[in-house]
Ligand binder design. Structure first.
Ligand code: GLY
Length: 380
């Protein structure tokens, strides 16, 4: 991939399915927007958090110069954006500006912005076009690709939503240069997840020089590696969601580590970053797979080594089992009373473990909490 791709040429990853689209990865990609928006779009609502107001204004000017009537909707930062009230505010803007089925939404922001904007696009007039411009590593490799959209309710995260594939995704690598180091690290958890479930080259690339990816600033060598990691992660996700948009089966593998991770996030009242929780969640399911005779100790050790090498946590406090278990029972993958986990039988060989013996769950938790500090540690 990137070995043969000059830095100025965007890489295009095709996402197959009923409504196929492209994910473009490169630099200065705004010129691609009109092609993705299509000929019939006249009005665009650009949804962005306040922190990206300056960048949003630049995108707006670009769209106006290209002939689009463009409105801005500024939304709150991070999860605060994913509420029914914020969605209703966007619907109001769309209604007052007479947006029709041929008009479009563009999102500029991290995963919460792409989730909210995608949901507004899915619901306005039963579905209008959305193009995502993700600005974080996590949004580029996960949230913006695959058509999952949604908002939170008082009862939990992402409980209301729709599958609504975008018309295209523009991953502008320049935005990663100014991304805080901790955001880059958090995004690497999903990249490493993709490596374990489907593409060992991702793991090899990170293991070759983890510090190139985790410095305060991104040097050219790190930038080139990051580009290939994004291309590979998006390619895996495209393959999976292209076959199973609605998570009937295969798409579940993208949730590797997420059942335990969502439980940590819930128990910690969402003070943990998603990437940090996914990191610990992957160690938990790796231990579960080892204890149930599916995975070798070497691969479990490899989980801990690579996650630690980029600064992600691999332990969690040992005094929260009841809360974690009850949170896992509410996980979307649970069927009836049976807990279900995506586990590995080897690198690139995901499978499901349904209704594991409770003693194995407790033993896997013991492994994860063995060297953990007793208090709550927010590791990122
Ligand atoms: N984040 C997992 C998925 O898109 O299915």
């Amino acid at each position: 991939m990137s070995e043969t791709t000059p830095p100025s040429t965007p890489t295009s990853v095709h996402v197959p399915g009923d409504r196929p689209y492209e994910v473009l990865i490169g630099s200065h990609l705004l010129g691609e927007l009109p092609r993705l928006l299509g000929d019939r779009t006249r009005r665009v609502l650009l949804i962005h958090p306040g922190a990206l107001a300056t960048s949003a204004e630049a995108v707006r000017e670009d769209l106006v110069a290209q002939g689009y009537e463009t409105l801005l909707a500024e939304i709150p930062e991070a999860e605060e954006a994913k509420t029914a009230q914020v969605a209703a505010f966007c619907w109001q803007v769309l209604g007052q500006a007479d947006f029709t089925r041929s008009d479009a939404i563009v999102s500029l922001g991290g995963g919460a912005t792409t989730d909210l904007a995608g949901f507004v696009a899915a619901t306005w007039l039963r579905g209008i076009k959305v193009v995502h411009i993700p600005t974080t590593l996590l949004a580029m490799v996960d949230a913006a690709v695959g058509g999952k959209t949604g908002i939170n309710t008082a009862e939990g995260k992402n409980l209301v939503g729709a599958f609504h594939p975008p018309a295209g995704v523009l991953c502008d690598l320049e935005t990663l240069d100014s991304l805080p180091r901790h955001d880059r690290t958090a995004g690497l958890a999903e990249v490493i997840k993709t490596g374990f479930i489907a593409d060992e080259r991702i793991l090899n690339l990170i293991e070759a020089d983890p510090t190139a990816l985790t410095g305060e600033t991104l040097e050219p060598a790190g930038r080139a590696v990051l580009r290939e990691l994004i291309e590979r992660s998006v390619a895996v996700k495209a393959r999976v969601v292209g076959q199973d948009l609605r998570e009937a089966d295969l798409r579940e593998i993208l949730n590797y580590g997420h059942t335990f991770a969502h439980a940590i996030e819930h128990v910690e009242r969402y003070s943990w970053r998603h990437g940090a929780a996914v990191s610990v969640g992957m160690v938990f399911v790796a231990e579960l797979a080892r204890l149930s005779g599916r995975l070798s100790e070497d691969v479990v050790d490899r989980h801990r080594a690579i996650l630690t090498s980029v600064g992600l946590p691999v332990t969690y406090r040992g005094d929260r089992w009841e809360q974690l278990l009850s949170a896992m029972r509410r996980d979307k993958k649970t069927r009836g009373d049976l807990l279900r986990f995506v586990v590995l039988e080897g690198i690139g060989r995901p499978t499901r473990l349904e209704g594991p013996d409770p003693t194995l769950l407790v033993a896997a938790y013991a492994e994860v909490s063995r060297e953990a500090p007793s208090g709550t540690a927010i590791s990122l």
